[in-house]
Ligand binder design. Sequence first.
Ligand SMILES: NC(=O)c1ccc[n+]([C@@H]2O[C@H](COP(=O)([O-])OP(=O)(O)OC[C@H]3O[C@@H](n4cnc5c(N)ncnc54)[C@H](OP(=O)(O)O)[C@@H]3O)[C@@H](O)[C@H]2O)c1
Length: 332
Amino acid sequence: MSRNYTVAIVGATGAVGVEMIKVLERRNFPVAKLKLLASARSVGKTLTFKGETVTVEELREDSFAGVDIALFSAGASISRKYAPIAVQAGAVVVDNSSAFRMDENVPLVVPEINGDDVKLHKGIIANPNCTTAITLMALYPLHRAFGVKRVIASSYQAVSGTGAQAIEELRTQVEAIAAGQPVEKKVYPHQIAFNVLPHVDSFLETGYTKEEMKMQNEARRIMHLPEFKASVTCVRVPVYRAHSVSVNAEFDRPVTVEEARDVLAKAHGLQLVDDPQNNAYPLPLYVAEQDDCQVGRIRIDCALDNGLAFWVAGDQLLKGAALNAVQIAELI
Ligand SMILES: NC(=O)c1ccc[n+]([C@@H]2O[C@H](COP(=O)([O-])OP(=O)(O)OC[C@H]3O[C@@H](n4cnc5c(N)ncnc54)[C@H](OP(=O)(O)O)[C@@H]3O)[C@@H](O)[C@H]2O)c1
């Protein structure tokens, strides 16, 4: 029997939150009532869902009465405090933050890869890091066919991955530079317009950043592959939307370009865009606002054994966040 659900979005006014509203609408998720929650700063703001105006409310401990599904996207500290409160009130939580991703009691899910893990939830399901989710959309089908051992990867991450204020920072810096005005920095430690920053998230003692280690740590859980290794350099680039990742992967078994293309062409949620002679390869500009990720530049890696090099791009606000979260809610 089908029914309609009361859905809450925590962080509804943010870069991911507004995409969640659009994805729920576009996929015709059975919503009986939508609650939009954000900070006190946003109280009274309105957003539109299916032609109806919905007023944003302040997130409070009593916000979850009657809520069936709560999609959290307001940062890890908010999730740590309020997700257990939402579960206590009877909601199932899909959390976009890093708060519970490494918690053994919380499934970490990409529906195309380990959708069955949703069944193991005890109230909270975690949505993976955006760069990891996009990379795995191409890496996992290859792993199924050839057995992945390790990857070396570099990401090219859009500013919207940092949130709404970072989108504004890139826009105002570009305008200031075009007008010959001095540049203001608030979100990033350096100018992001016309620059690239080899710095995403905070640095660890090892010299890697937290973001860089998510690929190894989260991919192990999602692929059920505890020995998987990933050495990653995450780079912020002056792109508004969609992350790209250059991946060099080593497999257990020999792999050819034709076999890899065949596997990737059949993968769900992924498009093969690989005709470099005609300048066809995945580009963040064209994958933005698309549900599917794209993979291309597939070639035999000349420095690894059984190695493949490829380039994968995807809209991190969608597959890396809002779309993946709503897909998980659909599985629930
Ligand atoms: N951006 C991405 O591509 C992406 C991808 C995957 C995961 N995520 C994760 O998703 C989360 C949100 O990211 P975002 O990019 O959407 O950030 P954002 O644009 O900065 O939005 C943050 C949201 O959280 C709300 N918020 C902040 N403090 C709050 C408080 N004290 N109480 C209630 N609500 C509060 C904000 O409300 P106000 O508008 O009222 O301040 C806003 O709605 C983060 O955990 C991030 O790591 C982001």
